[in-house]
Design a protein around this ligand. Structure first.
Ligand code: GMT
Length: 379
């Protein structure tokens, strides 16, 4: 198949999933055309089946905000026409689904029928999407998509709750490439950070409010009182300054390191003992899956779709949002010498279920069905 993939090119989960999906499809022989405003962060290797089309956003003194959605729709029209695409797959509804709708209508006027698949990722539904300033367009463009997928059962449920959706939504969970995300031998790194064999805790995120990074620091503050441990915070975002100040207030700076954005996050995960993800909202929690693939148990909140991935009491624990006391108790339970090996083993076993080789066929099947359905309807 010839597939156009539209996504955010940044470190965010939806962009990562879209890029990894494109790379995996290209390896299977499909021709993949990424359409976005910058080279996706994870589009980091050459494959003869991978192409990248940059959306050029022209500004003009009259525009306070350059109309990205128009430039994107125009680019989609252009790429579908000239590359003879079979399908457009847009990740994150805003503004990709509505731009795809516009592109579809323009192409229709030229006698070209292009099926559109929209994948819902989380905040496009649970936070930004349901805002009344966007909701009518989000509802309309989801209903106009030829196929809709969501990354978890919980997100599917939330979509029906928040919007008047007339379409079926197929749940296709996120996935992981276990060839890349696996425990690596990085003991020298562990010794440098934990010279006295302390336990190593890690959190990775985009440091937005919904991630509740303050809970990571508070739980660590409590754990550190009873168990020698260190904390690594990977990523960057709007809350980072505040979090650095919180560490100073609590006096945990000595045992905490802010590593910023890291490409090779699997190297850090390889030496970690516990991954913390106490989010307020989380449709899936790809970061938790990446940790589990590196044999790291997960201490999470029970928000959204996280408990579908992190099985409570098996691969870690999923605690009530903001419950520092319970999170601390459960973290200490996991980190005990007798429990840790079992949690690590089960985390890896669970991650294996999400290997890309298991999930990719679901997307391929869904594409084929959507193409057939769309073409039958328009005959
Ligand atoms: O977490 C973010 O804010 C990034 C966001 C995105 O769209 O880039 O992540 C969402 O999509 C990921 C991939 O499907 C999911 O693993 C995350 O759980 C989801 N984030 C939220 O729902 C907050």
């Amino acid at each position: 198949m010839r597939i156009g993939i539209v996504c955010y090119p940044t470190f965010g989960g939806s962009g990562v999933v879209a890029t990894e999906l494109g790379k995996a499809l290209a390896k299977e022989g499909h021709e993949i055309h990424f359409i976005t405003y910058r080279q996706p962060t994870r589009l980091d290797f050459f494959n003869e089946n991978l192409f990248y089309h940059e959306v050029d956003i022209k500004s003009y003194p009259l525009f306070e905000h350059a109309p990205y959605e128009l430039a994107l729709a125009s680019k989609m029209v252009n790429v579908v026409e000239f590359e003879k695409l079979d399908l457009l797959h847009v990740h994150y509804a805003i503004p990709h689904a509505s731009a795809a709708y516009m592109a579809k209508q323009i192409l229709k006027s030229q006698g070209i029928e292009i099926p559109v698949v929209t994948t819902l990722h989380g905040t496009d539904i649970t936070l930004v999407g349901k805002d009344p300033n966007y909701a009518p367009v989000v509802t309309f463009s989801i209903n106009q998509s030829d196929g809709v997928t969501a990354v978890s059962e919980d997100l599917k449920k939330a979509t029906f709750e928040h919007f008047d959706i007339k379409k079926d939504i197929e749940v296709i969970p996120n996935f992981i490439d276990l060839d890349r995300f696996k425990k690596q031998k990085k003991e020298h790194f562990k010794r440098a950070i934990c010279p006295n064999d302390e336990k190593l805790l890690v959190h990775t995120s985009n440091f937005r409010k919904v991630k509740r990074v303050e809970d990571v620091i508070k739980v660590f503050f409590e754990i550190r009182k009873v168990l020698p441990s260190k904390l690594l915070l990977v990523g960057d975002g709007p809350e980072r300054d505040k979090m650095e100040r919180l560490c100073r207030e609590l006096g945990t700076c000595e045992d905490t390191r802010f590593l910023g954005k890291l490409d090779a996050v699997e190297e850090v995960l390889s030496v970690s003992d516990l991954f913390l993800i106490p989010s307020e909202k989380e449709s899936f929690g790809l970061a938790a899956l990446e940790a589990m693939a590196c044999e790291v148990p997960v201490l999470s909140s029970n928000a959204g779709g996280i408990p579908e991935v992190n099985i409570d009491g098996v691969t870690g624990f999923a605690c009530p949002i903001g419950d520092i006391k319970e999170m601390t108790q459960k973290a200490l339970f996991i980190l005990s010498d007798e429990n840790l090996p079992g949690f690590k083993k089960r985390a890896l076993a669970r991650a294996k279920e999400y290997d890309v080789s298991n999930i990719l066929p679901h997307y391929e099947k869904f594409y084929k069905e959507t193409i057939e359905k769309t073409l039958t309807l328009t005959k």
